[in-house]
Design a protein around this ligand. Structure first.
Ligand code: BMP
Length: 225
């Protein structure tokens, strides 16, 4: 891993999602820390396609299934297990559904499958200020009780990343991971989230839509630090 970056594989509508993703992974190989797939890929490629894509990722890559789960426990388990069985190691869920009959069942499943929970602490879109940001402390404390591996926090609002890091210092796992989208296409500069306390920056279009993804990543992040 050369860059603390997770690449978001969101295929454009006019591309074959599997071929498109494999071309990008072939270009970047193990320079990013990991790769993230989400619904744009899954609904087009299915779990078979997601499995084919996971199988070309470097063995030690973080493989995030960005399902943004928000359902009753048993249904989240059905969805998450499809992604985990396709080779993904980290699953993103919404916190606002709460623990009982929701995230508790998801966490039990993930633990039994050797996979990790990533909870949205807030989101990168401007509208998240109105609702998500109001509950960020509670969501982080909830994640801590659940043993979450990490949190999504917005690179577009670095003070919210600092806030998550601050709340984490009051928990048994202050070194929980923070992953931050919002770099490039959403306007934030590379390294801004890392400087605010994130562990990984999530980058999609600024790299994946470039003619040469490897060159684009290098241009954004420069020499490794
Ligand atoms: P891009 O760099 O192209 O803007 O992609 C950002 C990625 O991060 C997308 O896959 C999006 O679903 C995800 N994401 C986000 O942009 N904001 C959030 O708050 C949470 C996300 O998962």
């Amino acid at each position: 891993m050369r860059y603390p970056v997770i690449i978001a594989l969101d295929p454009p509508r006019d591309e074959d999602p599997v071929l498109w993703s494999i071309r990008i992974i072939d270009s970047l190989r193990d320079t990013p820390a990991g790769y993230k797939i989400g619904l744009p890929l899954l609904v087009r490629a299915g779990t078979k396609g997601a499995d084919d894509i996971a199988s070309v990722m470097p063995a030690d890559a973080i493989r995030v299934a960005d399902l943004k789960l928000a359902d009753i426990g048993p249904v989240m388990v059905l969805t998450a297990s499809a992604a985990v069985e396709a080779g993904y190691t980290h699953v993103i869920a919404h916190p606002f559904i709460g623990v009982e009959g929701g995230l508790d069942e998801l966490v039990n499943y993930l633990r039994s499958a050797g996979a990790e929970l990533v909870l949205l602490a807030s989101m990168s879109n401007p509208g998240a200020v109105r609702y998500f940001d109001q509950f960020i402390d509670e969501f982080v404390l909830m994640g801590s009780r659940l043993g979450a591996w990490g949190y999504v926090a917005p690179a577009t609002r670095p003070h919210m990343i600092r806030r998550v890091r601050e709340v984490l210092t009051k928990t048994p796992n202050p070194a929980a991971k923070i992953v931050s989208p919002g770099i490039g296409a959403q306007g934030q500069r590379p390294w801004a989230a890392i400087k605010a306390g994130a562990d990984y920056e999530i980058v999609g279009r600024a790299v994946t839509r470039a003619e040469d993804p490897a060159e684009a990543l290098e241009k954004l992040y420069g020499s490794p630090r």
